[in-house]
Ligand binder design. Structure first.
Ligand code: MTE
Length: 305
């Protein structure tokens, strides 16, 4: 049975808190709020949150910001929160490049003035078979794509993380080939579920979560959701993506969450929700099947994992 997200108690607490913050902003009394809150839509208004069910409770801010994958700050789950304090996400700009009518370098502030920040509560399913439920703030990637105005030859988008070894200690070691890169097919990038996030729980993203702006693609394994994005490049061929370059037999370009296709070294049939002990069944496309499966019709998902 699906129930309205607003009926889930912890979620409701969150909504009430967001209402409070919103009305405080309207009354001009709230100080220290994240800039991302300014034009926020309330989560309960947002149809994109309807995939959640009664078993999806929000992970805590603490869990979400202390159990991370961000190899630029080290390989351990607590490394990103422990080693990222020297990273400076402000000011920030994003370079739009490649097969587009309007190549340009855009200040993040300018981008934020043009878009509407929304609340999107999404499941995040990591390829390592753990998951979380995260209340993001962000805006559809499609809005940036509109600004870039791609040529018809642009079939894919590649995303690049900033390269700053002085601020990102992991980049001084060869943990991965730097910078981290990821990619999406154009229809996946344009899909309304795909967002660029600038905050969570009403706070600007902390460094460990991919400050100041990261991708969130909720039906794909977490490694597709590249952090601290500095370049968005429009290309005609399937672009390189860090993990599928490193180990193509383990991490495909598509990497849609798929409980029927196991990782060569472990099952993808179940997952551990951070904060829970009992494992739960992994849902096809991470629970977003209705919304996204049409994009893969006719594709053999065992081949295109
Ligand atoms: N982006 C960059 N630049 N570097 C990374 O190491 N890790 C990925 C992804 N984005 C990663 C990245 C992986 S493996 C996952 S599971 C998610 O970020 C984790 O996001 P979270 O730490 O916000 O949960």
């Amino acid at each position: 049975m699906k129930i309205l997200p607003s009926e889930i108690t912890p979620y409701k607490n969150y909504i009430n808190r967001r209402k409070f913050i919103k009305s405080s902003i309207a009354a001009g009394v709230f100080i220290g709020a994240s800039t991302t809150l300014k034009a926020s839509h309330l989560a309960e208004d947002n149809p994109f949150n309807s995939q959640l069910d009664e078993s999806d409770t929000l992970n805590t801010f603490e869990d979400i910001t202390t159990y991370n994958n961000f190899y630029e700050f080290g390989m351990g789950k607590t490394d990103p929160s422990e080693n990222s304090s020297n990273f400076n996400p402000k000011p920030w700009s994003i370079s739009l490049e490649g097969l587009i009518n309007y190549p340009q370098v855009l200040d993040l502030e300018k981008i934020l003035n043009k878009v509407t920040i929304e609340d999107r509560v999404y499941r995040l399913r990591c390829v390592e078979a753990w998951s979380m439920v995260i209340p993001w703030q962000g805006f559809p990637l499609a809005e940036i794509i509109k600004i870039a105005d791609p040529l018809s030859s642009a079939k894919y988008i590649q995303f690049v993380t900033v390269f700053r070894p002085e601020e990102m200690p992991g980049q001084k070691r060869r943990l991965l080939p730097w910078p981290y890169v990821e990619g999406l097919r154009m229809d996946e990038a344009m899909h309304p579920l795909t967002i660029l996030s600038t905050g969570l729980y009403g706070h600007d993203l902390l460094n460990q979560s991919g400050a100041p702006i990261r991708l969130v693609v909720p039906w794909k394994y977490g490694f597709k959701s590249i952090k601290s994005v500095t370049t968005i490049k429009f290309v005609d061929k399937q672009p390189d993506a860090t993990w599928s370059m490193l180990a193509p037999s383990e991490y495909g370009f598509y990497s849609n969450v798929n409980n029927n296709v196991d990782h060569p070294r472990w099952s993808q049939g179940t997952e551990r929700r951070i904060g829970e002990f009992k494992r739960r069944k992994t849902l096809m496309f991470n629970g977003y099947e209705e919304e996204v499966s049409y994009m893969y019709e006719g594709m053999d998902l065992k081949k295109y994992y």
